[in-house]
Design a protein around this ligand. Structure first.
Ligand SMILES: Nc1ncnc2c1ncn2[C@@H]1O[C@H](COP(=O)(O)OP(=O)(O)OP(=O)(O)O)[C@@H](O)[C@H]1O
Length: 256
């Protein structure tokens, strides 16, 4: 279990994370959701170990890792821009981290991941020959072969559209369940957070607004921020779709 206890972080005396306490259970998918500048990336970086907290503690399986550097924590992140190596092919990218640590994954385990992510036919391709969704899957495979204790994903779906988005979403869910892997996702999209996660952490101005299962957030929003920011956005999306239908129905002289 990952635990944050009263974590605080300021930049230039401006508080960015004000008092964050939360538990994330093993194998759980948790989304960190909130508006731009609310502190999502800072929180992700604190968990990853590339930013230090000013105060408070971070514990993993009961052990205090607050001052442990990133390499020792054994967590791993897929960045928003995938950060793949353009001079290496897909297979070389996936197995890059194993060059110095081949004992981490066997070739059968690599093959299993390649199959799970549907990358068999792309292994010899260069990175610039791939679509956005394929790049995302390569980045996921490259991170997963290193068997991270926690998988962190920074806006994994924001560069993808429609059907591809849904397919990556399903693959992330499958990986988390299959490997019982704690997965933490940063997003600003309520629909993404609510459909992908076991629990959603809603952050506003460096504080936790609500931390709950998606159905609790939908049916029992805890405060006006959750209601207005999250639910209004979903309502707007829904209304846009309905008004599109209404226009089509009216244009065809049908009853709605
Ligand atoms: N290294 C830094 N130095 C100074 N200020 C920073 C630094 N990193 C972040 N900030 C500030 O901290 C606040 C939170 O930033 P953060 O990137 O965590 O927000 P976010 O929720 O991830 O935003 P976005 O969705 O736009 O990426 C912002 O006001 C930002 O300007």
């Amino acid at each position: 279990m990952l635990q944050l206890q009263h974590v605080k972080k300021s930049y230039d005396k401006t508080p960015v994370l004000k008092d964050i306490s939360l538990d994330i259970r093993d194998g759980e998918i948790v989304s960190i959701l909130g508006p731009s500048g609310c502190g999502k990336t800072t929180l992700l970086n604190l968990i990853l170990g590339i930013t230090d907290a000013d105060s408070g503690s971070i514990l993993f399986d009961g052990k205090d890792i607050t001052r442990e550097p990133m390499e020792k924590r054994g967590f791993n992140i897929v960045f928003q821009d995938y950060a793949l190596f353009p001079n290496l092919n897909v297979y070389q990218n996936i197995t890059y981290g194993l060059r110095n640590k081949p004992e981490i994954s066997t070739s059968e385990e690599v093959d299993e991941l390649v199959e799970l992510l549907g990358l068999e036919e792309h292994l010899r391709k260069r990175i610039d020959q791939l679509s956005g969704g394929q790049k995302q899957r390569v980045a996921l495979a490259r991170t997963m072969v290193m068997k991270p204790k926690i998988l962190l994903l920074d806006e994994p779906l924001s560069a993808l559209d429609g059907v591809i988005k849904e397919s990556i979403k399903e693959r992330i869910k499958t990986i988390a369940k299959e490997y019982h892997l704690t997965t933490i996702i940063v997003t600003h999209d309520p629909e993404e957070a609510l459909t992908l996660s076991d629990r959603v952490l809603i952050v506003n101005e460096g504080m936790i607004s609500q931390y709950d299962k998606p159905c609790e957030i939908i049916h029992k929003p805890k405060n006006s921020f959750v209601k207005t920011f999250i639910l209004n956005q979903l309502e707007i999306k829904r209304n846009n779709i309905y008004s599109l239908f209404e226009d089509t129905v009216a244009a065809n002289g049908m009853a709605f």
